[in-house]
Each structure stands twice: as C-alpha cells, then as structure tokens.
Write a protein that binds this ligand. Structure first.
Ligand code: DGL
Length: 266
C-alpha cells in the first residue's frame, strides 16, 4: 500500500526518513509545499486549504495511508482530513506528553511554529498531558528558513539555536521538544549546545511506528520499496537538498506547482 506524506516543505522528510528506516520495503510518496512554506506564520484557514489541495493529490495518486508530517498542519487540519478521507490519516503533535513524563526539573521547553503554539489542539495537549509541569513555548521560524536552504550546520545555525534554546534553559527546562518537523534536521547542533543531561524529544519515530502498525498486514505484498518526492517549489533546489537531508537514500523527484505560487506577502 502506498503511503502519502505531506509537509509545508522539506521538514517532513525528517519523518519520512524514520518511516523509511523502519519500513525499507514501503512505497512512499512525499509532497512538500515549499512554494508556500512556511505554514507557521499562516492562518489556520490557509493552512487547511493548502493541506487539502496536497492531500487530494496524494490520494489521487493512490495513497492508502496519509501521514501529515507537519505539526502545524496536524493541529489545524487533522480533524477535517479524518472526516473527509476514507483512509487512515496519521498526524503528529509536539511530544508534550513524553516530555512531561521525562522532566525532572518540572519545566519543559517546546520549540514549535507560531501556528502550532496558537492552536486549540496544542492548548488541549498541554492541559491534558502536562499537568503540574511548566511548559515554555518558543517559535523558531529561522530554523525553517535554514532547513529549506539546506543549511544544517555552521555559525548561522549555531546562532539561531542559541537564540532559541537559551531562554528555555534559563527557565530550568531539562527536556526540549522538537515540535516542528523541520527542527530534527538541526538536532545535532541543538544537542551539541545543550548542557549535559538535557533531553531532546521528537515525534518522528513514534509516527513511523504508528504507520508500521497500520501497514503490517500489507507489507508482505510489497517487498521492494520506492520513494518519490515532489515539491510545489523548485525541483533544482529539492535535488540539491536531498543529499544533505536524506544521505544515502535514493529517490525520484518532481515538481508540481499545485495552486500556483502564493500571492506576494502571504
Ligand atoms: N514543518 C512544519 C511543522 O511541523 C511547519 C514549518 C513551517 O512551515 O512553518 O509544523
């Protein structure tokens, strides 16, 4: 069965690599909305509109499971997607629950987009799973820009990481949640700059386990895996990023300008 994955750009490839690691025989079809990236500063209405346009394409191409490899899109659209499509829709949310279980200081730091942090679903998540724990949130739009530009290391990344993480550490946070799928690509730099004993959590591996559970009965029928990656943005940029984002993984690539370019200023 084909697995369709979507994100605002290349961030969701951090989820795809976990799915591919766990299910090397799976047929994966990824569509990143890089032309409209970032979603983190867009309205819930516009995020939903884009996500439905992209999901429609993945379903038309035969996806039997849809993975929303984007926290912002999950928070604002997963309910509507599940109510609309006749296939399993796997979403992802910042890992507040595991972080609240892991913290010893009683303070967790959540790095996520502005859209995710403002979402009702995020507030419910904190209310339900972080009782008695202090949750400090912080949007990092610069991380998304850096990853979309393929810049995963170097002084600019280090400065951006320090700016985002230092205020969290000052509050006593000892667990940092990577609540946006672009951020795991910066995880090596983030970890390097955290004090010893600070934990980092990311939802990607849990999403891969969920997909694996849904797919289990079907796997025996698809022994050879395949990976097709599409972007609404530039094919040249996508092809230049892949060796850095998915080293050693072979994929076919294409560009598909769904809905055209965004109006300027959106
Ligand atoms: N990767 C996305 C997420 O997980 C959104 C990043 C963005 O487009 O702002 O929320």
């Amino acid at each position: 069965m084909k697995i369709g994955l979507l994100d605002s750009g290349v961030g969701g490839l951090s989820v795809l690599r976990e799915v591919h690691r766990l299910l090397p025989g799976a047929e994966l079809h990824y569509l990143g909305d890089s032309a409209w990236c970032p979603y983190g500063t867009k309205s819930p209405g516009l995020i939903c509109e884009r996500v439905f346009a992209i999901a429609d394409h993945l379903l038309a191409e035969g996806a039997g499971i849809l993975v929303i490899a984007c926290n912002s899109a999950t928070i604002h659209a997963v309910g509507a997607l599940r109510a609309t499509y006749p296939i399993p829709v796997v979403g992802m949310e910042p890992a507040v629950k595991p972080a609240a279980e892991l913290t010893r200081s009683g303070v967790i730091g959540v790095l996520a987009t502005e859209a995710s942090i403002a979402g009702e679903k995020f507030h419910q998540l904190v209310h339900t799973h972080a009782n008695g724990v202090r949750v400090i949130t912080r949007p990092c739009p610069r991380f998304v820009e850096l990853v979309e530009a393929g810049q995963l290391t170097g002084p600019e990344v280090e400065t951006a990481v320090d700016e985002a993480v230092s205020p969290l550490l000052e509050t006593g946070a000892d667990v940092i949640v990577l609540g946006c799928t672009h951020y795991p690509f910066l995880r090596p730099v983030i970890e390097e700059r955290l004090p010893a004993g600070t934990l980092v959590v990311d939802t990607g591996p849990a999403v891969a386990r969920r997909v694996s559970a849904l797919l289990a009965p079907d796997l025996s029928s698809s022994p050879v895996g395949s990976l097709h990656i599409e972007t609404t943005g530039s094919l040249g940029i996508l092809e230049s990023l892949l060796p850095r984002l998915l080293p050693g993984i072979e994929a076919t690539c294409a560009t598909l300008p769904i809905g055209g370019p965004p109006p300027s200023g959106s």
